[in-house]
Design a protein around this ligand. Structure first.
Ligand code: 3HC
Length: 311
C-alpha cells in the first residue's frame, strides 16, 4: 500500500514530470538510480581501455585522430554520468571505490579483448550501436539529471557508431585478409554485444520496478530484438555473416528469430571470470593509486582557498 508521498511521487512519474535532485523520492528510487547511473558511468570509463589499446596502433594518422576523439568523448560521458549520480548523494570517490572493490559493475562487454584493428570497427558498430539502442529511450527517463546527461551523450554516440561502421566497410570491401579480419571481429563481438542489453526479461531482477519508475523505458529483450533487427541488414550490406545459424526473418513476428547468447558465460563474466576482468580493474586501480597525489594536492589547495576566504 503506498503512502501519500509515494502516491504523489508515482503520479508525477505517470504524468512524465521530471524528478529533480531536491524533490522527495522513495529510497528505492534513489538507490536504483545510483546503481544504474554509477554503473553506466563506470562502463564509459572502463570502456576506454579496449579502444585505448589501438590508439598507438591505428593504421593511419586519420584513424588515430578519430579513435582518439571517440575515446575522449567516452571520458566526458563518464563525467556527465558521475555528476548526475552525485546529485543523489553519493561521491565520485565512493563510486570509484565500489567499482574497484567489485561492489559496483561495469558493462560486461569491456571484459573482452580487442585483438585486431577490425575490432575497433566492430566495437564502434556493434557496442556503440547497442549503447545507442539503450540510451536513446533513456533520454526520456524520469530523473532530470540522468535524462539531460543522456540527451547530451546521444548527440555524440551516432558519430561513434558511424566511424566504427566505416572501418568495417573499408575492411569488408578490402583485401581477402582484411575481410577475414572483419568477419573474425563480428564473430567475436556479436554475442557479447547482445549481452549488453542485460539478462532475458524472465531473469531481469530490476526491470519491473525500473519500468514502473520510468528509469527503464523498454525491457531488455525488446531492445535486444530491435538491435538484431537493425544490425542484421547492416552485416548483409558488408557481405559479412552473423555467427548464428538460427538467424532468420520471421514474417509473422515481423522480427528476426535469433539464438540467445550463452547466459552461463554472461553470469560468469559478471562474477569476474571474463577474459579481461583482472586487466581492466587492474588498470583502473593503477590509475586510482597513481592519481592519489593529484587528488591530495587539489584538496589541500581547496582547503587553503576556503580558509583564506573565511579569514
Ligand atoms: N554487464 C554488466 N552487468 C549487467 C549487464 C551487463 N551487460 N546487464 C545487466 N547487468 C547486471 C545489472 O546491473 C544487474 O546487476 P546489479 O543489481 O548488481 O546492478 C543484473 O545484471 C540484473 O540485470 P537487470 O536487467 O535486472 O538490471 P537493470 O534493470 O539495471 O538492466 C541495463 C541492465 C539494461 C544495463 C540497465 O542497467 C541500463 O540500461 N543501464 C544504463 C545503460 C548502460 O549502463 N549501458 C552500459 C553500456 S554504456 C556503454 O557501453 C558506453 C558506450 O559509449 C560504449
Amino acid at each position: 500500500e503506498m503512502s501519500d508521498e509515494e502516491r504523489a511521487f508515482q503520479d508525477r512519474i505517470d504524468e512524465d514530470i521530471k524528478i529533480e535532485p531536491r524533490d522527495w523520492m522513495p529510497e528505492g528510487y534513489r538507490k536504483t538510480l545510483i546503481r544504474q547511473i554509477g554503473q553506466h558511468a563506470h562502463s564509459e570509463i572502463v570502456g576506454q581501455l579496449p579502444e585505448g589499446n589501438w590508439i598507438t596502433r591505428a593504421p593511419t594518422l586519420e584513424r588515430k585522430m578519430i579513435l582518439l576523439a571517440k575515446v575522449q568523448d567516452e571520458a566526458g560521458h563518464g563525467l556527465y554520468l558521475y555528476a548526475a549520480a552525485e546529485t543523489l548523494g553519493i561521491s565520485r570517490d565512493d563510486m570509484t571505490e565500489q567499482l574497484l572493490s567489485g561492489k559496483m559493475k561495469y558493462s560486461s562487454i569491456f571484459n573482452y579483448p580487442t585483438l585486431t584493428w577490425a575490432d575497433m570497427g566492430a566495437v564502434g558498430w556493434l557496442v556503440d550501436g547497442a549503447a545507442i539502442m539503450n540510451q536513446v529511450p533513456l533520454q526520456r527517463t524520469s530523473y532530470g539529471p540522468y535524462s539531460r546527461a543522456m540527451i547530451r551523450i546521444c548527440k555524440e554516440e551516432s558519430f561513434h557508431q558511424r566511424q566504427g561502421y566505416d572501418i568495417m566497410m573499408k575492411m569488408a570491401q578490402g583485401s581477402e585478409a582484411q575481410k577475414r579480419m572483419a568477419q573474425d571481429a563480428l564473430n567475436r563481438f556479436w554475442y557479447p554485444s547482445l549481452m549488453m542489453f542485460g539478462p532475458s526479461d524472465a531473469e531481469s531482477v530490476h526491470s519491473a520496478q525500473s519500468m514502473a519508475w520510468k528509469i527503464k523505458m523498454n525491457t531488455n529483450d525488446e531492445l535486444r530484438q530491435k538491435f538484431v533487427d537493425q544490425t542484421v541488414p547492416q552485416a548483409e550490406f558488408l557481405g559479412l555473416t552473423v555467427p548464428d545459424e538460427n538467424l532468420k526473418w520471421n514474417e509473422e513476428r515481423g522480427h528476426y528469430d535469433y539464438s540467445q547468447p550463452d547466459w552461463d558465460e554472461f553470469f560468469n563474466v559478471l562474477k569476474g571470470n571474463g577474459p579481461c576482468n583482472a586487466e581492466r580493474l587492474g588498470a583502473r586501480q593503477k590509475a586510482w593509486n597513481e592519481g592519489q597525489w593529484v587528488r591530495d594536492g587539489l584538496l589541500a589547495h581547496a582547503r587553503k582557498n576556503a580558509a583564506r576566504k573565511v579569514a
